[in-house]
Design a protein around this ligand. Structure first.
Ligand code: URA
Length: 276
C-alpha cells in the first residue's frame, strides 16, 4: 500500500473513532483545544445583571466575583437572581458542568417572557447549539406547528397568544445524548427559578427528561402524559406531553399529543383544570 493510501486509511479510522465518541458535525475551520480552555482560569460565577436575556452564542461578560465560593451553587445562584436577565447571566457564568466546555452556545430561552404558557424541553440539540435558541431544529419546527394549531406562537406579542420556551439544560450534551440524572439534578434549581421568574399560568413539559425532573418521579411520559399535575416547586399546573422528536419517530402518537394540546387550549380559555 502507498503512503498516501495509508494516510487516508488512518484519517478515516480517526474519523470513525470520533463519530463513535459522539462527534456528529464539523463546525469550525480550525480545531478548538478544549483541554487548553479548561486549564484557563475559571470564569467568575456570579451574574452580571446588565447582560441581556436574549439567547446569545457569544461568551458572556465577566461576572462579579462574590468572594464566597461556597455560595456559587446552582441553588444559591438561582435564588440570587431577581430577573430573567440575572438568571441568564448566572447560568451562563456557572462553571460547574463540563457540558459548557463541549457546547458552542448557551441556550437560555426563546419566546415571550410573561406568556401564559411555558414549554419546557430537555436540552439543546445540534441545531439549537448552532443557533443559540431552543427548539429550532426539525423537532422544534413540529413543536411550533403544534402550538400554532392551538393559536400559540413564540413570536406573538400578546401574552395570551404567546409561548415561552426553555430547556432543563442550557448546554448541548455531546452527540445529543440524553442528559444523565446527575446533569439534570445539577441544573434543576435553575429551571425552577426560571419558571418562577417567567411567571406562566401553565407549564407544558415535553418528554421524559423534563417531566421526570420537574415532577421528581421515575414514571415515564407514556403513563404521565395528558393529565394535569401540580408542579411542587412553583405550585403551577403542569401538563406532561410527548417530546416532538418522539412524535417524529412515532407519528401515530400525534393524536394523543393533539388531545394534550386541546386540554391546554381549554385551560387557557378558562376551563377548570383538574389536578391529579
Ligand atoms: N429538544 C429539546 O428538548 N430541546 C431543544 O431545544 C431542542 C430539541
Amino acid at each position: 500500500m502507498t503512503d498516501a493510501s495509508n494516510l487516508t486509511r488512518d484519517l478515516l479510522d480517526a474519523l470513525a473513532w470520533q463519530i463513535e465518541l459522539g462527534a456528529d458535525e464539523a463546525i469550525a475551520e480550525t480545531p478548538a483545544d478544549r483541554f487548553a480552555e479548561s486549564a484557563a482560569p475559571a470564569a467568575p460565577r456570579v451574574p452580571d445583571a446588565a447582560a441581556r436575556v436574549a439567547p446569545d452564542a457569544r461568551p458572556g461578560p465577566e461576572a462579579k466575583p462574590r468572594g464566597d465560593e461556597e455560595e456559587a451553587t446552582p441553588a444559591a445562584l438561582a435564588r440570587a437572581a431577581e430577573t430573567l436577565e440575572e438568571l441568564a447571566e448566572a447560568m451562563r457564568g456557572f462553571e460547574g458542568s463540563p457540558l459548557k466546555r463541549g457546547a458552542r452556545s448557551f441556550v437560555f430561552a426563546d419566546g415571550v417572557p410573561g406568556a401564559r404558557v411555558m414549554v419546557i424541553g430537555e436540552a439543546p440539540g445540534g441545531d439549537e447549539d448552532r443557533v443559540g435558541r431552543p427548539f429550532v431544529g426539525r423537532a422544534g419546527q413540529l413543536r411550533d406547528r403544534m402550538l400554532a394549531a392551538i393559536g400559540l406562537s413564540r413570536d406573538a406579542p400578546a401574552p395570551e397568544e404567546a409561548a415561552y420556551i426553555a430547556n432543563i439544560l442550557p448546554w448541548r450534551p455531546p452527540g445529543n445524548r440524553t442528559p444523565s440524572p446527575e446533569e439534570v439534578a445539577l441544573f434543576l434549581p435553575f429551571i425552577e427559578r426560571h419558571i418562577e421568574l417567567a411567571k406562566p399560568d401553565f407549564i407544558l413539559s415535553v418528554g421524559n427528561t423534563p417531566t421526570k425532573a420537574l415532577l421528581d418521579t421515575t414514571t415515564g411520559i407514556k403513563r404521565l402524559r395528558g393529565r394535569w399535575v401540580r408542579h411542587a416547586a412553583t405550585g403551577l399546573p403542569l401538563l406532561p406531553s410527548f417530546h416532538p422528536a418522539y412524535l417524529l419517530r412515532s407519528p401515530a402518537d400525534k393524536r394523543l399529543a393533539w388531545r394534550d394540546l386541546l386540554a391546554l387550549r381549554a385551560a387557557l380559555e378558562g376551563a377548570a383544570v383538574v389536578l391529579d
